[in-house]
Ligand binder design. Structure first.
Ligand SMILES: Cc1cc2nc3c(=O)[nH]c(=O)nc-3n(C[C@H](O)[C@H](O)[C@H](O)COP(=O)(O)OP(=O)(O)OC[C@H]3O[C@@H](n4cnc5c(N)ncnc54)[C@H](O)[C@@H]3O)c2cc1C
Length: 375
């Protein structure tokens, strides 16, 4: 059965889709994975770079080393996609497809907020995490504002986890009693997923982290080290770590079918791009309400691979039900987990050391578990 499947993006969504298809698709189906860098990154590890626990290079592997032989890898940036004629363009080089999977992720866009790029750090790219590591090395005490610089962004609990890790880093450096730690969020409380709120609140209280709710960042004044919210509230600080709002990457934005920030309109169950029978979207590039998380991208990739095979073999499409599960560090070498879907809220367990160990081990075990797409 001859069909050409082209997958754009070699992150979690793209690699798992490609490898799952390699396992499931009938003989004759060609699977091509196109990625701008040819590298796969375990992005979760960027959380630990500012604290000197890991180097970004230790979080990467070449795509060719983690895909099955059946998957052809092309290392080129996709510069345009012609949905009508089913052609992917890579700087003039053309690739035709029968099925297209968009797995291009999303990226921090600090320029969306005036002054944010100049005045605040973050850890949502490798380069930014290294710069933040340098800033923390030079920090000698004062006021640090951590939090959310704008929506949406990847891994919603990540700035909270960062605040807990920062608290412990400052203790180790003998600077905690010289440092005021503030957590700023546009939300009315610490987090939007209600069952996690008591856990986070208890830790904020225990660690002396002050919450600044309803803080919707409007502008940043780098000269005076001042974040200003929409209602005029100001937060001064010596160091800011505000996760910038994210947007879809350029080739997805250029498709012209996404929302204002370039996220792709995706049917919540089948994961087809709306209005496109043979185009799927997976992971952080979608406009799904599911958090932008590794486990969501992974689960969606399984569904997309299964649905492409179903279309090729004339079977019924299967449904993604919004499954996601995030292990979240909460300090004191403990973690909890939030697993939920479209219909069922999470029931996070009491923070414990086993989950913490699971999260820390993942950096090493990831490569044997996630890209293999074995289920
Ligand atoms: C600091 C941090 C901590 C996190 N912690 C967690 C966590 O604890 N738990 C969790 O579940 N998730 C976590 N995440 C989120 C998780 O890493 C992402 O949700 C996941 O990587 C999304 O996978 P993706 O395939 O959609 O996108 P990505 O992994 O970002 O991959 C996108 C790919 O598209 C490629 N690409 C982009 N543009 C082009 C182009 N024009 N042409 C070709 N290729 C292109 C890129 O090179 C990249 O390889 C975290 C993320 C960060 C940043």
């Amino acid at each position: 059965m001859a069909a050409k499947v082209v997958i754009v993006g070699g992150g979690v969504g793209g690699v798992v889709t490609a490898n799952r298809l390699a396992l499931l698709a009938p003989e004759g189906v060609q699977i091509t994975l196109v990625d701008a860098t040819g590298i796969h990154t375990y992005q979760q590890g960027w959380l630990y770079v500012p604290f000197g626990e890991v180097e970004p290079k230790q979080l990467q592997k070449r795509l060719k080393s983690i895909v099955y032989d059946r998957v052809k890898v092309i290392t080129k940036p996709v510069t345009g996609i012609d949905l009508d004629n089913k052609v992917v363009n890579m700087n003039g080089e053309r690739l035709t497809y029968d099925f297209l999977v968009l797995a291009t992720g999303c990226e921090p866009n600090p320029s969306e907020i005036e002054g944010l790029a100049e005045g605040s750090h973050h850890f949502h790219t490798a380069d930014a995490a290294i710069k933040l590591r340098e800033a923390l090395a030079n920090f000698e005490g004062g006021k640090i504002v951590v939090g959310v610089g704008g929506l949406p962004y990847k891994c919603p609990p990540s700035p909270i986890e960062f605040a807990f890790l920062l608290h412990e880093h400052l203790i180790r450096k003998g600077l905690r009693n010289k440092t005021e730690l503030i957590y700023a969020t546009p939300l009315p409380r610490v987090f939007h997923i209600e069952p996690l709120v008591p856990i986070f609140e208890e830790r904020f209280e225990r660690f002396g982290i002050k919450l600044s709710p309803f803080f919707t960042l409007e502008t940043f004044d780098p000269a005076n080290r001042r974040a200003i919210s929409m209602d005029g509230t100001e937060l001064n600080g010596d160091l800011f770590v505000l996760v910038p709002p994210h947007c879809g990457v350029e080739c997805a934005r250029k498709l012209g079918i996404g929302d204002a920030k370039g996220f792709l309109p995706t049917e919540r169950n089948t994961l087809q791009v709306q209005g496109q029978e043979q185009v799927y979207a997976v992971g952080d590039c979608t406009n799904l309400t599911t958090p932008k998380a590794l486990t969501a991208a992974q689960k969606q990739a399984f569904i997309v691979a299964e649905n492409i095979v179903a279309q090729i073999t004339g079977k019924e499409l299967v449904k993604y039900k919004g499954q996601v599960g995030c292990v979240i560090e909460v300090g004191c070498r403990e973690a909890t987990v939030a697993s939920f879907d479209y219909d069922n809220p999470p029931h996070p367990p009491k923070p414990n050391k086993a989950l913490f160990q699971q999260k820390r081990n993942m950096r090493r075990l990831y490569w044997q578990i996630v890209p293999t797409a074995l289920g």
